[in-house]
Write a protein that binds this ligand. Structure first.
Ligand SMILES: [Zn+2]
Length: 423
C-alpha cells in the first residue's frame, strides 16, 4: 500500500528519473489520476533537478487548476490517455536516450529479450509524430494506448508508459529503457537472441511464505545491513533495476538471508530481507525467485558466502548474444572473474543443480542466457566487487570494438598471473 501524497510520489519519482539520467532538466513529465478524476502533474518549465512539492500542479476534473505554475505543456496527451483508458492511474513521459534512439529509427525494443521485460512491459506500441502539446499528438498516443499497449514509443520524440500506479508506470519506463540499452549494446557484439514462447511461458517459481521467526542474532543483523546497503548501491550504480536482482548471504550450514520478491531495490529495508532455513522462508515473506538456486549453491559449495543475480546493461548485452566475454583483458579482470561461464535460459529459476556444480570461488561468474549474470564471493563485498569488475570489463570490451581488434593477454601473461595470485 502506498500512503505517499501524490505531490511527494511525483517528486520522488522525478528525482529518481533525473538521477538515473533518464531525463534532461527540461524534458519529461509525470502525472497521477485520483479516483475523483483530479490529475496531479509536473509543472511546465521548472528545473527537474530542483523540483519541490509545491511545484506540482493539481488539475481538477472540472478543468480548474491549483498551483503556482502552469501545468506541463504535455497535459493534453496525459488527459487523452486517461480518457481512453479508465484503468490507467499514472503516466510517465520522458526522452531517455536509448528509447529516443529507437524512436528516431522508428523502431520499438523487443521486450522478449528478457523474461522480466516481457512480463513488466508486454508488447510495445508506436505512435506517429505530431506537434508537442497539440491535440493531434494526444489523439495519436491515446489511440495507441486504447489498443491495449502500456508502453508506447513516440516517433521522433520519446516514450510514454502507463500503469495502475506511478510505481508501476515507473517500473515499465525503467525496464523498457534498460531493455533498449541492452539491445543497442548487444547489437554491437553479435546477433541478438530473444526468448521463444516456451521460455516466456516458463513459470518463475516463487517459494511459499512460511515458518516462524526466531530471535535475531547480531551476526544476522549485520548481514541484513550488508545486503540492504549493497542492494541499494547496486540500484544506484545501475547494476540492478528497481524490479530485478537478488543478493543473498550465508548465515549457517543450511540457512541464508536473501532479498524478497517484488520489493523495489532502491527502498529495501532491513526487515524486508528473508531468512531461509532448511529451505523454508520465514513467516509471511516471499523470497526472491532465485532462492532455490542460491540454496543449492550454498549446500554444494561450502566456501561460498554470498551470491548475486544482477542485470548490469553491458554484461547483460553479452547474455543476450553468443558473444564471448573473455576476461583476459587486464589483470584485475582475469584475477577477479577467471574464466566466465555460461548457462542456458531457465538455470536461475530451476533446481540449481547445474549452477551448484559449476559456481565456485575459482569459477565465480556465470552469464545466464537472456537472464543477466550470477556471481559468487567469499563475502558480500567480494561478490559485489566481482560484479562491478564484470560490468566494467564488459563495457570496456564493447567500447573497444570501434577502436580495433581486442588483443587479449597472452598465455604466458596468464600463466604468470596464475603463479603470482593463485598458487
Ligand atoms: Zn516530450
Amino acid at each position: 500500500m502506498n500512503c505517499q501524497h501524490p505531490r511527494d510520489e511525483i517528486l520522488a519519482t522525478m528525482e529518481r528519473i533525473y538521477r538515473s539520467r533518464m531525463t534532461t532538466t527540461s524534458g519529461g513529465n509525470l502525472s497521477i489520476r485520483e479516483k475523483n478524476g483530479d490529475v496531479w502533474i509536473t509543472p511546465a518549465r521548472v528545473d527537474k533537478g530542483s523540483l519541490r512539492r509545491d511545484d506540482i500542479i493539481l488539475v481538477r476534473a472540472d478543468g480548474s487548476t491549483d498551483g503556482k505554475h502552469r501545468p506541463s505543456s504535455e497535459l493534453p496527451f496525459h488527459q487523452a490517455i486517461y480518457a481512453a483508458r479508465p484503468d490507467v492511474r499514472a503516466i510517465v513521459h520522458a526522452h531517455p536516450v536509448a528509447l529516443v534512439a529507437f524512436s528516431i529509427c522508428r523502431r520499438v525494443p523487443d521486450t522478449r529479450l528478457l523474461h522480466q521485460s516481457w512480463r513488466i512491459c508486454g508488447e510495445v506500441g508506436f505512435a506517429p509524430y505530431a506537434l508537442p502539446g497539440s491535440p493531434a499528438l494526444g489523439q495519436n498516443i491515446a489511440l495507441t494506448f486504447a489498443r491495449g499497449f502500456d508502453c508506447v514509443v513516440l516517433e521522433n520524440h520519446g516514450v510514454v508508459t502507463a500503469g495502475d500506479s506511478l510505481q508501476q508506470a515507473f517500473e515499465r519506463f525503467e525496464t523498457l529503457e534498460f531493455a533498449a540499452k541492452t539491445m543497442i549494446k548487444a547489437s554491437q557484439l553479435s546477433e541478438v537472441r530473444s526468448l521463444d514462447e516456451a521460455a516466456l511461458a516458463l513459470r518463475v517459481g516463487v517459494a511459499d511464505p512460511g515458518s516462524n521467526r526466531p530471535v535475531i542474532s547480531s551476526e544476522e543483523k549485520e548481514l541484513r545491513r550488508q545486503i540492504c546497503e549493497f542492494v541499494r548501491r547496486s540500484e544506484r550504480q545501475r547494476l540492478m533495476i528497481s524490479t530485478e536482482g537478488a543478493l543473498s548471504a550465508r548465515l549457517g550450514e543450511d540457512s541464508f538471508l536473501i532479498t524478497p520478491h517484488g520489493v523495489d531495490r532502491s527502498r529495501i529495508e532491513l526487515e524486508d530481507i528473508v531468512l531461509v532455513e532448511n529451505g523454508r522462508p520465514e513467516s509471511g515473506k516471499t523470497p526472491s525467485s532465485s532462492t532455490t538456486g542460491h540454496r543449492a549453491i550454498y549446500q554444494r559449495q561450502r566456501d561460498v558466502q554470498s551470491i548475486i543475480n544482477a542485470y548490469p546493461v553491458n554484461a547483460t548485452a553479452f547474455s543476450v548474444t553468443a558473444a564471448t566475454l573473455d576476461s583476459r583483458t587486464i589483470p584485475e579482470s582475469f584475477i577477479l572473474l577467471r574464466d566466465v561461464q555460461r548457462s542456458p535460459f531457465g538455470a536461475r529459476v530451476g533446481d540449481g543443480r547445474d549452477l551448484a556444480e559449476r559456481m565456485t570461488l575459482s569459477q565465480p561468474i556465470m552469464l545466464l542466457d537472456n537472464d543477466g549474470v550470477m556471481v559468487v564471493g567469499s563475502s558480500v563485498l567480494d561478490a559485489f566487487d566481482r560484479l562491478e569488475v564484470l560490468e566494467a570489463t564488459a563495457e570496456a570490451m564493447i567500447d573497444s570494438r570501434p577502436l580495433g581488434p581486442l588483443v587479449p593477454m597472452s598465455d604466458a601473461v596468464i600463466e604468470e598471473l596464475c603463479q603470482a595470485f593463485f598458487k
